[in-house]
Design a protein around this ligand. Sequence first.
Ligand code: AKG
Ligand code: FE2
Length: 263
Amino acid sequence: MRTEPLTSRHFDIARHPISEAEFRNRCRDELETEGVLVLRGFFTDEVIQHAAAESAALESAAFYSDAVHNVYLTAIDPELADTHPFNRPVVSNKGLIADDLIVGDSPLREIYADPPFRSFLGFVLGLESLFPYAHKLSTIVISVANAEMGLGWHFDTSASSVTMLLQAPEGGGVFEYVPEARDADAGGMGFDNVERVLDEGGPVCTLDFSPGDLVVFRGRNALHRVTTVVGSTTRSVVIFAFNERPDASMSQAALRTFFGRTA
Ligand SMILES: O=C(O)CCC(=O)C(=O)O
Ligand SMILES: [Fe+2]
């Protein structure tokens, strides 16, 4: 029988009291003003080591994409020119360990389901309920990138992304982003910002985070990418997707691109 709440096993609650109102308000304000929230040393060493070992064991089962896609992770629109921001190609080549490959008793599933953690995330993100994806592949994924691999500029499909870095590479693999590059809820596409970033390279922000840090960002509105990894150490990061609606799904095009399958 479990004798202590899950929370204290996986999270450093003394440093990050996620159930206290004052702390929550501070985090919500930081996410609001910065477009991203980083809680340093949020996950315990023990859970990071366990998840890193899980990632290493599953790496050979990852699907490695070498894909050209648009920044919206959708099929392109043949009615629009190739040069239109909606159709502009970006390249992503990295591996994804799909949710259905992660074992049922993985601590990653305990983290995803942890009530105080979910309550905290709902509060800072301003979401009443948080749902997994309706399909089996991408609620919890581990993204792995070796030398020369990276993730091109894109907006996420889920309302928000919550990430947990397991292993940093020797070089590169830097998370770059443009907060609030669009307002997806208002139907915004952010074409001007997309064009500026793809054509002129910026301006963009860089986020520096380490294994054990919790990163929360509004990936649906923040244009973001991971630069090419340098060196022989794999960059490995867990991505937890929390959706506003129970029927949320990635597009069939995106599933094929990143998982090599749709079910
Ligand atoms: O690897 C990261 O830090 C972010 C990954 C990401 O943006 C994604 O998989 O959508
Ligand atoms: Fe993303």
